[in-house]
Design a protein around this ligand. Structure first.
Ligand SMILES: NC(=O)c1ccc[n+]([C@@H]2O[C@H](COP(=O)([O-])OP(=O)(O)OC[C@H]3O[C@@H](n4cnc5c(N)ncnc54)[C@H](OP(=O)(O)O)[C@@H]3O)[C@@H](O)[C@H]2O)c1
Length: 174
């Protein structure tokens, strides 16, 4: 199983404003920087309940027919999702991964700040692809949080784009 993160942040490390607004991110995801290719390579998304609530408010379900697992400790109403493939799970990240592996998934895309942090703390993330948007927003929902120990990263590649996006890929060192 490979577990990846693909996310956009402000240069000061926030994935959303304190109220969840994403207005500092480029409209429509910005210029092509590999998201579609990355999405095509994943078998399922694992997203936190708060990210689910954000995407539900989008005009259309953004994940097509890709399998989406919403994590929450309480029941989540999935009935508002039109045309998507969505289910709910809860529990330790390792148990969630085991369940998805048993159902045939090989590559997971984990999304949402708290969710990513829990998977990182559990030592389950192998790849981080972080695209920095050229803006400082001062405050917001952070991508990273506390860790029980350092997580050593190996830099794989950094690409920059005319609009100022800077995408870096890291692998978690063994
Ligand atoms: N910049 C970007 O590219 C990007 C990408 C994704 C999201 N975002 C933004 O980030 C914000 C959401 O991030 P966030 O850090 O606030 O929250 P989040 O990670 O989306 O959701 C956190 C919630 O997920 C549930 N959860 C996570 N792991 C779980 C587990 N192992 N078992 C059970 N439940 C689990 C919990 O829900 P309960 O409290 O219900 O138990 C937790 O409160 C939104 O504003 C979203 O738009 C930005």
């Amino acid at each position: 199983m490979t577990i990846s993160v693909f996310i956009g942040t402000s240069v000061d490390g926030f994935i959303a404003r304190p109220n969840g607004d994403l207005d500092f991110l480029p409209v429509g995801g910005g210029e092509p920087h590999g998201y579609d290719e990355f999405m095509a390579s994943v078998d399922a998304l694992v997203i936190g309940r708060k990210t689910f609530e954000t995407v539900l408010a989008f005009p259309a379900w953004p994940y097509g027919q890709k399998r989406v697992v919403v994590l929450s400790s309480r029941p989540v109403d999935l009935s508002a999702v039109r045309g998507g493939v969505v289910e709910q799970m809860a529990g330790e990240p390792s148990a969630v991964v085991a369940k998805l592996a048993a159902s045939g998934a090989h590559h997971l895309y984990v999304d949402g700040g708290i969710t990513i942090q829990r998977f990182l703390r559990a030592g389950l993330v192998q790849r981080l692809i972080i695209t920095r948007v050229p803006v400082l927003i001062g405050d917001g929902i952070p991508l990273f949080g506390t860790l029980p120990r350092d997580v050593r990263l190996r830099h794989i590649a950094t690409q920059h784009y005319p609009s100022g996006l800077v995408k870096s890929e890291y692998h978690v060192a063994a």
